[in-house]
Design a protein around this ligand. Structure first.
Ligand SMILES: N[C@@H](CCC(=O)N[C@@H](CS)C(=O)NCC(=O)O)C(=O)O
Length: 247
């Protein structure tokens, strides 16, 4: 099987896809892309959409972390990403959908809001990446990229604050799924691979880590992404963090 995965370094759905390829034991090559510039590269590579993760596998092109999960399951059923039992499978698919559609984006918005305040941490998120230019140069010239990311992801004050307000209920939901065995069970599943990287990315923010690390959601992240790249020192207003501190 010939596979190439297009990623943005430290992108949470990209890491989800990397974990799933590893789970399936499928060797792959990785192309690291800079945000924003990624869109043109993906188009040039023949993908229909403009987001990572994007996978070329045996000549086929698949985009989106959940679509990649399904394609990997089809191409190599063992070890499975989804339980065989229909009820268990439905529960895992719902947790996976939540991870993709509800959890990913607020974490992304909070991150880019932080980058707008302080660009210096960007370097730590690109550690080890091969983006074609020295990381230091990329980071020094990243102001327009950060501004565009804030714009594309609608990561202004109001949405960043709203994203923070939504986090406690999402963490409770994840803990409940862990408690009931949908997440973090003995056999890793597609929802674990989807949700853990979002938690791992959130925990790279010093502002968010204390609210996650000592609860089941934190354990899930430590199990699947113990070395998530990146570190952002405190940057968020204390007032915005109040709902999280109370949770
Ligand atoms: N829900 C999609 C989200 C994909 C997505 O939005 N990826 C971001 C990176 S985390 C992206 O490619 N953004 C374009 C950019 O940063 O320029 C998935 O799971 O594949």
């Amino acid at each position: 099987m010939k596979a190439r995965l297009y990623v943005i370094p430290a992108s949470h759905p990209s890491i989800a896809s990397q974990l799933m390829l590893e789970h399936k034991g499928i060797p792959y090559k990785r192309t690291d892309l800079l945000p924003v510039i990624s869109k043109g590269v993906l188009k040039a590579a023949g993908f229909p959409g403009i987001t990572v993760p994007a996978l070329k596998i045996d000549g086929d092109k698949v985009q989106g972390s959940r679509q990649i999960a399904r394609e990997l399951e089809r191409l190599r059923p063992e070890p499975p990403l989804l339980p065989a039992d229909p009820e268990k499978r439905a529960a895992v698919e719902e947790a996976e959908r939540f991870g993709d559609e509800e959890l990913q984006h607020p974490v992304r918005q909070i991150l880019w809001w932080g980058m707008k305040k302080d660009r210096a941490p960007l370097r730590s998120y690109s550690e080890g990446a091969k983006i074609g230019v020295p990381i230091g140069v990329a980071v020094k010239t990243a102001a327009p990229i950060v501004a565009l990311q804030v714009h594309f992801n609608e990561a202004g004050d109001e949405n960043a604050r709203r994203a923070l307000e939504a986090l406690p209920a999402m963490l409770d939901k994840i803990d409940a799924w862990i408690e009931s065995g949908v997440l973090n069970g003995e056999q890793p599943n597609a929802a674990d691979f989807q949700v853990a990287p979002s938690l791992g990315l959130a925990m790279t923010l010093d502002d968010l880590r204390p609210a996650i690390e000592n609860r089941p959601a934190g354990e899930l992240a430590r199990r699947f992404v113990p070395n998530y790249p990146g570190k952002m020192p405190p940057v968020l207003p204390a007032e915005w963090l109040a709902p999280l501190r109370r949770s």
